[in-house]
Design a protein around this ligand. Sequence first.
Ligand code: PLP
Length: 471
Amino acid sequence: MASRSRWWSPSRERRPARRDQPAMKLERESLALLDEALQSIEQGFRDLPDAPVHVDRAALREAVLAAAERMRDNFPYAHPLYVGQMLKPPHPVARIAYAMSLWLNPNNHALDGGRASSALEKEAVAAIARMFGWETHLGHLCGGGTIANFEALWVARELAPGKAIAASSQAHYTHSRLSAVLGVPFRAIAVDARGRMDLAALERALAGGEIGAVVVTLGTTAAGTVDPLPEILALRARHGFRLHVDAAYGGYYTLAGNLEPWARRAFDRVAEADSIVVDPHKHGLQPYGCGCVLFRDPAVGRIYRHDSPYTYFSSPELHLGEISLECSRPGASAVALWATLRMLPLVRGGEFARSLESCREAALAMHAALTTDARFAPLFPPELDIVSWAVRADTAGESSRRARRIFEQAARQGLHLAVATFPRAMVEGAAPVRDWDAADLTCLRACVMKPEHCDWMSEILARLDRAAAAA
Ligand SMILES: Cc1ncc(COP(=O)(O)O)c(C=O)c1O
């Protein structure tokens, strides 16, 4: 199959490995560029006297190769046959830019410690805000989706003290946990058969008048479903709560041209949220440690107000530490993200958007294939790129046990899936079992998050078929 892009061209790699050859080739062509980039940085400091760093090369080699050997004890996360957890390899541009910046190791807390990388962060975060339709915003990078959501919920608490936070029962567990950390009551809202927040249940909860913020998930972690944002916006107009969108996993999908109308209409209204979280370290091709929180009203910056007499000395310009809860943060994350956006701008129809569309195509193809397999009962068509399916059996208990056996057999076949437990209400529609002897069902789940998955789908299905037969 012809490669559709400059960056993902898996067809070359698809021959089955011979035992004496490494099966998984890691991209190394970009390494020469690292040296070139470091020489460029050196040019910026050529007036300084040399201060050589001496490293014991033998000890260095021994330590690094020992670590490399330990790294073999991993699942092959970067390989297309890994469809287990929500993992996506960073783009080579992100890897090289991140590594390159480590020779200076800037700290994006204050301009004093990370001047260039703070500027790159502001530009990159503004590009993400524009992707959602915000020309003005307040926002920054942070450690990941948990910290990003924490800041959004903390701001919500500060603006409505004493009020509760509501999120669906399929929202990421972080929301109930963070609410407890913040000392805020949490209300779990029931979901419908697709795992989307149930509007009637939300309306009942709102009637009590105690909810100050509602978390709307655009792409739930387990099933990848999209909450009904337009309807929840209508409820906000009536009940006046703060609306936070957790799009840690799904946010970049706003660029995709092949969403179902349900998801499209939600993403089209995302600019009306009060805050948004998206994780560049999920679909944004970044190494871990890169989340992003955005606020529509820059005035919430006052909530972050604090003094730091020992760091903010170089200029009266905004130091990112003034608008973030974390103090030290890797400037490398900003450098990597900025370089990635320069190569793959966040535009509809662009190469990055096409890569997401390709993930979705793969997910839809997988769902379609599973519906024709009598052994399986797919839950519902994927809204983004997560596919979940139950294993047919007489009882729920037996179905769950079979799912686990197939999961293990698939791993032996080199296909790495995940299992996820769903409540009966979300699985019943697919009618996988006759006798519900349990309240929930363990299903198989695939995160089809790599653009290569389109080309690899027949191989994935062939291995799943062998795993199911062996189980
Ligand atoms: C919707 C959603 N929110 C929040 C998180 C937490 O993000 P992180 O793991 O980056 O802390 C996740 C993680 O999968 C997620 O899917």
